[in-house]
Design a protein around this ligand. Structure first.
Ligand SMILES: Nc1ncnc2c1ncn2[C@@H]1O[C@H](COP(=O)(O)OP(=O)(O)OP(=O)(O)O)[C@@H](O)[C@H]1O
Length: 316
């Protein structure tokens, strides 16, 4: 395990009755970072997170979490981590406070420390006013916040979040992102799975894109997007044909095509540096320009580039 690595996965494979859910993945997560697994439904994200959290037995490969081997030291791994599941696993008849209290007792947290911990966490996720409400009466966003608070009861070194904002409305999602960042700033490493491009992009220090049980690419959101080198300039001109001709000797232009937004010019370098020259050339040829747009690659573009298809948003 590297000095700063808190999770280390080597050649992990997992099969369910002949279905290869995870097909040989390796990656590391550094202490203190927010790391995301981005991929469509069925890509193998839940299977991986379940193995890392010892909920599924290890079949093949090696996995170390917080310095412990998941196969041989499962209890130690469990003590070091917190988990927030995808589905609602709250006891419907317990109140918010009881939910926390019960979890704290399960982990044998001393009474006074438990009480203070619950107070603090309910304040962080803004549920202190709901402490006596039964969980069945909470909204979906409140339930998720309670699950996050509960996952943090044990001050885990690593918090695992499986699709933390699945099915939530945009405002609630953004709030949850804030809580996740806050928890991370306080020193907890975060491993999360998501099929939301924006979530992975906004939240992560590093992302691995997973598809059909394999990691297709990993990196920081910035490097992934920049590596595509596919900035596109959209240009609406008075005369597209002459505009195209005037651009012939700009080396960084990879291709030009017509689109509903005008000429679509793909640049093989940083588009913001090419843009002034493009405008100068077209104007220099006496062609009027009515609008200019620069589009940088998004995480969607990265996803399409590496998997060859779009990730349809099946959530909210
Ligand atoms: N208990 C199981 N029994 C049989 N097959 C399973 C089981 N769990 C998962 N699979 C299969 O393994 C593959 C990966 O599933 P997994 O749940 O890990 O994907 P995922 O990326 O987490 O997607 P989702 O977000 O929908 O959970 C899928 O083909 C799925 O049908």
């Amino acid at each position: 395990m590297g000095e700063g690595d808190i999770i280390e996965v080597h050649d992990l494979e997992h099969t369910f009755d002949g279905v290869e859910a995870v097909r040989g993945i390796s990656f590391t997560v550094r202490r203190g970072e927010i790391f995301s697994f981005l991929g469509p439904n069925g890509a193998g994200k839940s299977t991986t997170i379940n193995i890392l959290t010892t909920l599924l037995p290890l079949q093949k490969g090696t996995v170390r979490v917080a310095g412990y081997d998941v196969a041989r030291e499962a209890p130690e791994v469990r003590k070091a981590i917190g988990i927030v599941f995808q589905e609602d696993v709250l006891d419907r008849d317990l109140t918010v406070w009881e939910t926390m209290e019960f979890h704290g007792r399960l982990y044998a947290i001393p009474r006074e420390e438990r009480r203070r911990g619950i107070e603090d966490l309910l304040r962080i996720v803004e549920l202190d006013a709901k402490r006596d409400e039964r969980t069945k009466n909470l909204s979906g966003g409140m339930k998720r916040r309670l699950q996050i608070a509960r996952g943090l009861m044990t001050r885990p070194e690593v918090l695992f979040l499986d699709e933390p904002t699945q099915g939530l409305d945009p405002q609630t999602r953004m709030r949850i992102w804030e809580y996740i960042r806050e928890v991370n700033r306080a020193g907890t490493t975060i491993f999360l799975t998501t099929h939301y491009m924006e979530e992975a992009d906004m939240l992560s220090d590093r992302i691995s894109i997973i598809d059909y049980g394999k990691i297709v690419v990993s990196g920081t959101p910035e490097t992934l997007k920049n590596a595509l080198g596919e900035d596109v300039v959209y240009l609406e001109t008075a005369d597209d044909r002459r505009a195209r001709e005037s651009l012939r000797d700009i080396r960084e232009i990879r291709s030009i095509s017509e689109s509903p937004r005008g000429l679509s010019i793909t640049i093989s370098a940083d588009g913001s540096h090419c843009l002034p020259r493009i405008v100068d050339k077209v104007r220099g040829a006496g062609v009027g320009i009515s609008s200019v747009n620069l589009k940088k690659p998004t995480m969607d573009d990265v996803f399409v580039h590496y998997t060859g298809r779009e990730l349809r948003d099946t959530g909210a």
